[in-house]
Design a binder for this molecule. Sequence first.
Ligand SMILES: Cc1ncc(COP(=O)(O)O)c(C=O)c1O
Length: 361
Amino acid sequence: MPPAPNRAFASDNAAGAHPSVIEAVLEANTGHALAYGADDQTAECEQRFNDTFGAPVVTRVCFNGTGANIAGLATAMGALRGPHHAIVCTNWSHIAADETGAPERVLGTKLIELPSPDAKITPTMLDSVAHLQGVQHHVQPGVVSITQPTELGTLYSPDEVSALCARAHDMGMLVHLDGARIANATAALGGDLAALRSFTIDAGVDVMSFGGTKNGALGAEAVIFLRPELAEGSEFVRKQVTQLPSKMRYLSAQLNALLRDDLWIDLGAHSNAMAARLDELVRDIVGVELDGRPQVNSLFPRLRREAIGPLRDWCFFWDWDATVNQVRWMTAWDTTEQDVERFAAGLRSLLTELDSDCRAS
Ligand SMILES: Cc1ncc(COP(=O)(O)O)c(C=O)c1O
């Protein structure tokens, strides 16, 4: 086996921070600055998000992705004025599957999980909750939350988001978008600000989270209220849900570094390209089964069972669905061509070895 590319495919959360982000934090580390967002970096960050979306949006900087989801959803639920509203999402959604019940605990809100094979919600799927509306025995569908790209690495087209928003709004619901990997989606759908806007603000999304952490930040996310009137009270809600950073300048500086010259899109494009390259190099290997081409920065191959343990010991990655020998390989902003080539070569040599052992026995 070649030397292992150290944990290069474990997760984009396992990647380090981009040098520009580190530099920006060092630059922000001068003297005293007023706390809780009254600093120059945060003012710059708010302006940068206005420019990014081409409209006066309301930006609330947060510590992490789970917190940004909670802060955005809590404000959106508040805007509907009533604790009897529920959030509609898919069974794959991070808020339902990977946030330890935070929305239920912190918001006191029921999640209605729609089963979805590709982790997407269609307007027709929303019909399945329409019968709840107006009936006093049922929670009222208040917000639909989608993830872009989804937890399965699939993408909504701008038209699909527009159609979903139109249906949700007709039903009196708001639309939340979990954009923990927004850079990967933006890069895949056109790679510029017009692409970002086409599936967010122009499509009718009301509130979203904008992820920095998985894309080169040390740790910084933002809730963006694309319809500013829905942001009323959001500063209080963010504090209540423990997402108000006192030394906000350091988080804002990280986001500024990513937003400057659209570095965030370049980093997303790079990590998508590395996933596409990995797919190209491993797709023909016997013992590796892949469905469609990766749309963003993750692959979900099914592997010959005996290969999983040794391969993971050599270069770590997570299981996805152990019952079908499915694993997840994820690239990041700093994955190199060499990492990809080494990993593919290691995989090929391991599977060839297993194959010849099998023939010999
Ligand atoms: C789609 C999605 N949303 C939100 C999050 C939450 O991010 P954090 O771990 O920073 O809370 C993640 C993290 O993996 C994610 O994949």
